[in-house]
Design a protein around this ligand. Structure first.
Ligand SMILES: [Zn+2]
Length: 71
Protein backbone atom coordinates (compact mmCIF):
# COMPACT_ATOMS: atom_id res chain seq x y z
CA UNK A 1 0.00 0.00 0.00
CA UNK A 2 1.27 3.40 -0.93
CA UNK A 3 1.75 5.71 1.99
CA UNK A 4 1.11 9.40 1.48
CA UNK A 5 4.08 11.55 2.28
CA UNK A 6 3.91 13.02 5.70
CA UNK A 7 4.82 16.47 4.61
CA UNK A 8 2.91 19.20 6.32
CA UNK A 9 0.18 20.35 4.01
CA UNK A 10 -0.17 24.06 3.84
CA UNK A 11 -3.41 25.89 3.28
CA UNK A 12 -5.12 22.83 1.88
CA UNK A 13 -8.86 22.86 1.90
CA UNK A 14 -11.02 19.96 2.96
CA UNK A 15 -11.74 17.68 0.01
CA UNK A 16 -15.25 16.78 1.06
CA UNK A 17 -17.70 18.20 -1.42
CA UNK A 18 -19.37 21.36 -0.23
CA UNK A 19 -16.84 21.92 2.54
CA UNK A 20 -14.41 24.82 2.48
CA UNK A 21 -12.74 24.54 5.85
CA UNK A 22 -8.99 24.16 6.16
CA UNK A 23 -7.78 20.58 5.97
CA UNK A 24 -6.10 19.08 8.99
CA UNK A 25 -5.55 15.49 8.00
CA UNK A 26 -4.69 13.52 4.92
CA UNK A 27 -6.43 10.15 4.61
CA UNK A 28 -6.61 7.54 1.88
CA UNK A 29 -9.40 8.64 -0.45
CA UNK A 30 -10.78 5.14 -0.63
CA UNK A 31 -11.22 4.96 3.12
CA UNK A 32 -12.88 8.33 3.14
CA UNK A 33 -15.29 7.28 0.42
CA UNK A 34 -16.05 4.06 2.25
CA UNK A 35 -16.91 6.09 5.31
CA UNK A 36 -19.63 7.74 3.25
CA UNK A 37 -17.96 11.10 2.73
CA UNK A 38 -18.21 12.48 -0.76
CA UNK A 39 -14.89 13.50 -2.31
CA UNK A 40 -13.93 14.46 -5.83
CA UNK A 41 -11.19 11.89 -6.40
CA UNK A 42 -11.10 8.77 -4.21
CA UNK A 43 -7.95 7.50 -5.93
CA UNK A 44 -5.97 10.32 -4.33
CA UNK A 45 -5.44 10.85 -0.66
CA UNK A 46 -8.13 13.12 0.66
CA UNK A 47 -7.66 16.07 2.93
CA UNK A 48 -10.15 16.40 5.73
CA UNK A 49 -10.96 19.29 8.00
CA UNK A 50 -11.28 18.75 11.72
CA UNK A 51 -15.04 18.21 11.54
CA UNK A 52 -14.97 15.73 8.69
CA UNK A 53 -12.06 13.88 10.25
CA UNK A 54 -14.14 13.51 13.39
CA UNK A 55 -17.00 12.19 11.30
CA UNK A 56 -14.66 9.85 9.46
CA UNK A 57 -13.27 8.47 12.69
CA UNK A 58 -16.76 7.92 14.09
CA UNK A 59 -17.82 5.96 11.02
CA UNK A 60 -14.66 3.88 10.79
CA UNK A 61 -14.88 3.01 14.45
CA UNK A 62 -18.40 1.73 13.86
CA UNK A 63 -17.19 -0.23 10.84
CA UNK A 64 -14.50 -1.94 12.84
CA UNK A 65 -17.00 -3.02 15.47
CA UNK A 66 -19.23 -4.51 12.80
CA UNK A 67 -16.32 -6.35 11.24
CA UNK A 68 -15.40 -7.81 14.57
CA UNK A 69 -18.98 -8.97 15.15
CA UNK A 70 -19.01 -10.59 11.73
CA UNK A 71 -16.06 -12.81 12.58
ZN1 LIG B 1 -14.65 19.28 5.74
Amino acid sequence: MREPRHAVEQARKCDVEGCSRDAERSISGKKVEKAGLSIADPTQSAHLCKEHYKEFKKVTKKDRTLERLGW
